[in-house]
Ligand binder design. Sequence first.
Ligand SMILES: [Zn+2]
Ligand SMILES: [Zn+2]
Ligand SMILES: [Zn+2]
Length: 391
Amino acid sequence: MDKQALLSDTQGHYGSTYSEPLPASTAAAFPEGPQDEEWASAPPADMLDDVVGYEGTIAGGEGSFVLPPISIAEATRRSEPSPQRAWSIPTITEDVAREAFIQFASSICCYSTKPAKEMVFRDLQAHNTYRYRLESFTESRSTEWKMVPYKGQFVDNSTYGMAPLPWDIIVERPPMFQNDVSKVPVPHTSSTKGCPTCMTLGRIACTECTATGKVKCWVCKGRGYQLNDDSCSRCNGTGLQCCGKCSGNGKKTCKTCRGSGQLMVFIQLTVKWKNNILENIAERQSGLPIERLDKINGQNIFTDQQFRVSPIVAFPDSQVNLASQKAIQEHEIQLARTSYIIQQRQTIEFIPITQVYYSWKDEEYSYFTCGIDNKVYAPDYPAKCCCCSIL
Ligand SMILES: [Zn+2]
Ligand SMILES: [Zn+2]
Ligand SMILES: [Zn+2]
């Protein structure tokens, strides 16, 4: 069954919310814990029961993705308009720019601070920009069939009730905007089956010795005698030795059921929380390499956190308004169809960038100070090596 069919079926059964906590015995039935990837494996397809609401669930692979019901998605679509506010935008002064430059020059041992100290300011040009960031914290759910060896643990089968639908199962959420994964067994979907690997015997024939418990003696290679025609002392002339793989039993414990001959099959729900981030830095054509901008620390001047944020419309820089509109639209298309958006947050960071034009020894140069920590970018610094420059 495809995902779309599963969705419509899921919605058809929507209404009652499953809030009954998972029975304590269920947790006790999985001593190794659901976080362990080796905990459970995929059962063969002919072993799977029909569970209402889980018809599309398969065994193995990535599991079957379950779309959130429309009722959940719609509930969060309504959102408050973004608050109107007076934007206060910081500035950078000549003194700050010069101080940053001196510090920059002295921080690199091979640079002479002389030009930085002696330079004559010609001009300051602001290329201040903004970093817009949209975070959408999503939850997605998938189900798949799993099996574990059955060793007499509690079997939460269908006689305890109908299996709750994937989005009705209450799973504790991590803090907002924090990636996490949680795996839980779907209540009332467990059942026991005979292990097909060992035909319920718990043991399988050893392939190393073809179930005889004996293999060729490694000293005489199975001949029973050695090169001088003496009987092999290792195997007493039998040419055979005990099989190391099965300790001479001819049989090994079945790995699938770990010797019990029985398996417990159930549907596992995987819940993934992800913080999806889109960033945009308003283009200024300042001449500063774009990859530098990613590393610059800005000053947060706006945060808006809601179920669903609305596009920013009245920010003085129209590129920010456009970035906000595009990012919200993009996440709507990308995420809302495949997962449930729990919360969104949009922020604007102010990134001060000042280009400083100066002269030193009758030559013209320029440098940039960037970010709230006034990082300097000066590729044409005139005295890069104090060891060899004649100053
Ligand atoms: Zn031997
Ligand atoms: Zn063997
Ligand atoms: Zn088995």
